[in-house]
Ligand binder design. Structure first.
Ligand code: AMP
Length: 280
């Protein structure tokens, strides 16, 4: 598995591939890969003849009190996972390579970033959109793959691609879960044994919400109440947000009469976990 650190070297591989007529799939990640990332790489290698996985813990998408320094990193382990999943190349730049001296240009997507994680993590999506645009310009992929676990991120990236005329197809991939229902995340490694057990409340509360919707509940306040009651049963869980939003505009919905995204963020100890589902 080739691991490339420089933009110049990456571009030379990409140019050779493009000259030979390859379609390129890009999977942007922050590394410490798991089955969720693997499903994106698998999808990319099904659709494209070359697959680039970017591994970059992007400093500008972390808030001042967030886990930038402690974010898990293991490029050797990641290389093996990428190779097994069918990737051709890992792009693993340093922060200096991505953000040279006097870096001053950022991408802000309005509207879609105002609710959910955007409201709780100011500047987060500005950092995400800036780094993803840079990756799009550097890799020039045919398609790029993002997980539905980060539902707001997926919606924001699709908006940005349409608004800025990137000629790239954005593919959303389903959430991959542990056997007990917890959505896979690199941050799950922060959880102690006790916290890991407590984290199951997240998926459990979403399943309760799904049943309530299937039974015909229409009032989103009531739904939020059902979810918060379940979350509050777990003493280690602290609610960051529970939101019922229109699945396209991501604006809050009062009466559930259209497809909605039910999205939750909680803290288990110091670890922030997110999960969601779309109800059609
Ligand atoms: P990250 O490394 O956490 O920034 O994630 C990189 C990509 O993998 C993003 O598009 C995520 O949405 C996606 N991803 C992370 N966890 C999962 C999961 N459990 N299932 C599906 N996709 C995921």
């Amino acid at each position: 598995m080739k691991v490339v650190n420089s933009i110049k070297e990456l571009r030379s591989h990409i140019n050779t591939w493009k000259r030979r007529g390859h379609e390129i799939g890009l999977v942007p990640t922050m590394g410490y890969l798991h089955e969720g990332h693997k499903s994106l790489i698998n999808a990319a290698s099904d659709d494209n003849s070359k697959v680039v996985v970017s591994i970059f813990v992007n400093p500008i998408q972390f808030g001042a009190n967030e886990d930038l320094d402690s974010y898990p990193r293991d490029i050797e382990r990641d290389s093996k996972i990428c190779e097994a999943a069918g990737a051709d190349l890992i792009f693993n730049p340093s922060p200096e390579e991505m953000y040279g001296e006097n870096f001053s240009t950022y991408i802000d997507v309005e509207g879609l970033t105002e609710e959910l994680c955007g409201a709780k993590r100011p500047g987060h999506f500005r950092g995400v959109c800036t780094v993803v645009s840079k990756l799009f310009n550097i890799v020039n992929p045919t398609r790029a793959y993002f997980g539905e676990k980060d539902a707001q991120q997926l919606a924001v990236i699709k908006r940005m691609v349409a608004d800025l005329n990137f000629d790239i197809e954005i593919i959303g991939c389903p959430i991959v879960r542990e056997e007990d229902g917890l959505a896979k995340s690199s941050r799950n490694t922060y959880l102690s044994e006790e916290e890991r057990k407590a984290s199951l409340v997240l998926n459990r509360s979403l399943l309760k919400a799904k049943s309530a919707l299937k039974e015909g509940i229409k009032d989103s306040d009531k739904l939020v109440q059902i979810i918060s009651q379940e979350l509050n049963k777990e003493p280690l869980a602290k609610i960051d947000y529970i939101e019922i939003v229109d699945s396209t505009s991501l604006k809050p919905v009062k009466n559930i009469d259209r497809p909605v995204l039910v999205a939750i963020a909680i803290y288990i100890g110091k670890t922030r976990l997110i999960d969601n589902f779309i109800f059609q």
